[in-house]
Design a protein around this ligand. Structure first.
Ligand code: AMP
Ligand code: MG
Length: 417
């Protein structure tokens, strides 16, 4: 387990900005140490444990980028066409003999360049004379249509960095290096609970005043996309003793404990008391909407995060608190969420000093620009507001209003995991 000090989430001020929260997490949460060696076909989504320097240049040998005729540029005048006899043929995957001076070599895409040849004419640009010679037009730049060895990546270059979350393109690069297995950090283990007497699980009978627990399944799905191993610990009743017991029980076996609900300051909010019985807890009052206090704590060296119960607040605070924590615990480099500029198609008033997120759908305007259309209602309990939109418009602390036509930053749901 990554042992953290009891006061690692301590914060001095009354209100915490999103950037301060992320800063505390990334500077104070330490990564798990364990490394696993995993087959290349299984590494997608995992976090690279070491730098990888290119064991060979890419491409590994100089080759033709097209089907055509390889020549020595020095055999050709620049200003007029030239006819050369064809001597030799080289296919992809076959070795090439050296090019003879004053001759062209028939060559195919990916085939090694014959020694001495340095330029390739595309077959579409040449003509074969009745005598069988190839007629080459004037004006082709020396070196054209050739992919020099190492032009993509030189040998020894650190091409994949420790902390990289591996995506398909990184897997492709490792394969191009001939690697079959990679060292990655082990998946972090996350215990997930919901809290609340009003909750019941899908598949279990629901009493009149109960609702099915949706947050736990949302959070588990988000954690899974971040590569976590998850223990689904169900629903805890609003009762301090039971909460404390459950937390004590799971802390030693997990790298992170995540709960939802029960962290506001109502008298039925028992998570705070439960955590304080077995560990340390601070409430982060974040200057973020939607969002409410997020409880941050340490139970036996294991970080604890208590998210609000309202589904949209839970979703947004997951993105800004849980996501960076999971990345830091996994040894992944911090990934800042990049908001892409789109045009607002709505009016909105906001409070200065607070980061606000507006649920929006994107549409293409008549001039081709992307426009963000605000979901018509704002309640933090509306699951439909997440389902029927494409992402969040991020409004910085300094802003007080949005007018139609204004440029705003958009973060798509697809980029959040
Ligand atoms: P709380 O943060 O416990 O005060 O809950 C705030 C609101 O979110 C209440 O209306 C809860 O019923 C609702 N809520 C809490 N937990 C969940 C959950 N796991 N799934 C869906 N809604 C929840
Ligand atoms: Mg509750």
């Amino acid at each position: 387990m990554a042992q953290l000090s009891d006061d690692c989430f301590a914060f001095g001020g009354p209100m915490m900005s999103v950037d301060e929260a992320v800063g505390i997490i990334t500077s104070r949460v330490t990564a798990v140490k364990d490394v696993e060696t995993v087959a290349l076909s299984e590494v997608d989504g995992r976090v690279l444990a070491h730098d990888i320097a290119a064991p060979l240049p890419l491409p590994p040998f100089t080759n033709s980028a097209v089907d055509g005729y390889a020549v020595r540029a020095s055999d050709l005048p620049q200003s007029q066409e030239r006819m050369l006899p064809v001597a030799g043929r080289v296919q992809a995957g076959a070795p090439a003999s050296p090019a003879q001076a004053g001759h062209a070599v028939r060559i195919f895409t990916g085939a090694p360049m014959p020694e001495g040849a340095d330029t390739v004419f595309m077959q579409e640009d040449v003509r074969i004379d009745e005598s069988g010679q190839v007629v080459l037009p004037a004006g082709l730049k020396p070196g054209a249509n050739v992919r020099p060895a190492g032009e993509d990546i030189p040998k020894g270059h650190v091409a994949l960095k420790k902390g990289q979350r591996l995506r398909p393109q990184h897997v492709a690069l490792a394969a191009a290096f001939g690697l079959t297995r990679l060292d990655v950090t082990r998946r972090i283990r996350v215990a997930v609970f919901s809290t609340g007497d009003e909750l019941t699980s899908p598949g279990v009978s629901r009493a009149e005043a109960q609702l099915f627990d949706s947050n736990r399944f949302m959070l588990m799905a988000m954690l899974k996309r971040l590569g976590c191993e998850i223990s689904d610990l169900g629903i805890l009743r609003d009762e301090r003793g039971a909460l404390a017991e459950a937390l004590r029980e799971v802390a030693s076996r997990h790298d992170l404990i995540l709960t939802t609900g029960g962290v506001s300051t109502g008298e039925e909010d028992h998570v705070k008391a439960g955590v304080e019985t077995v560990g340390r807890l601070v409430l982060w009052r974040m200057a973020i909407k939607p969002g409410r206090p997020v409880a941050m704590g340490i139970v036996a060296g294991t970080p604890f995060i208590g998210l609000p119960g309202n589904p949209v607040a839970s979703f947004v605070t997951f993105v800004h608190v849980v996501r960076p924590t999971v990345l830091a615990l996994s040894g992944a480099a911090a990934e800042h969420l990049l908001a892409m500029p789109v045009r607002a198609a709505f009016t909105y008033k906001k409070k200065i000093g607070r980061r606000e997120y507006v649920r929006v759908s994107l549409r293409k305007a008549d001039d081709g620009m992307l426009e963000a259309v605000k979901f018509p209602r704002e309640g933090a309990g509306l699951l439909s507001s997440l389902v029927d939109t494409d992402g969040l418009v991020e409004l910085p602390e300094s802003m007080t209003k949005v007018e139609p036509g204004q440029s705003v930053g958009f973060i798509g749901y697809a980029s959040l995991t």
